[in-house]
Write a protein that binds this ligand. Structure first.
Ligand SMILES: [Zn+2]
Length: 180
């Protein structure tokens, strides 16, 4: 798998930081305005521009597919991001998929050629049991398409999904270290 960079758009969205060019534009418009309603309108415009920017990027389709809605994401009311979740959401870095689990509960090298986040987290039969539990907890199985909508919908769903992602990533790292 080729090394990917986390796109600028994904990074700003995950950190809820308005991209610098939009922020500069907003600052220009807002500096002489004191009316709160007008200020809110300008912020809404910025968020819309940010959405347009995200919709048009081609270098982070996975992330875009997951993050979908700028407004919901930047105004999220719960949920802590950590290293593993960011890795999954951005499909970034050295988390190459290697393992699936056998009937004897041993992890072996997975031969699936699809070495990407979608396979690793959501398709691989290494996590069937764990994934069944996740879907039971969420009461649905439309992941990954629905994943951020569910993460952002309520705290319990966020925790179920992030625990699952962490489990997958940590297990991979542990098993990898055993091989070395
Ligand atoms: Zn696999």
């Amino acid at each position: 798998m080729a090394y990917r960079t986390v796109s600028y758009e994904a990074a700003t969205l995950l950190s809820s930081m308005i991209p610098i060019e939009l922020s500069a534009l907003e600052y220009e418009k807002i500096q002489n305005i004191t009316n709160a309603g007008e200020k809110a309108d300008i912020r809404r415009q910025t968020t819309q521009d940010w959405q347009t920017m995200c919709d048009s990027v081609s270098n982070a389709r996975w992330t875009h597919r997951l993050l979908l809605d700028v407004t919901n994401w930047i105004y999220k009311k719960h949920g802590m991001l950590n290293y593993h979740i960011i890795q999954v959401l951005t499909e970034h870095g050295n988390y190459l998929h290697k393992f699936r689990i056998t009937e004897t509960q041993k992890y072996i090298i997975c031969e699936n050629p699809k070495d990407n986040a979608e396979h690793t987290i959501f398709e691989c039969d290494a996590w069937t049991a764990k994934k069944r539990k996740l879907y039971e907890g969420l009461g649905e199985n439309r992941l990954p398409d629905n994943i951020c909508r569910r993460m952002l919908s309520d705290k319990k769903s966020w925790e179920l999904i992030s625990d699952y992602m962490e489990h997958v990533m940590r297990t991979q790292i542990n098993e990898e270290q055993k091989l070395q």
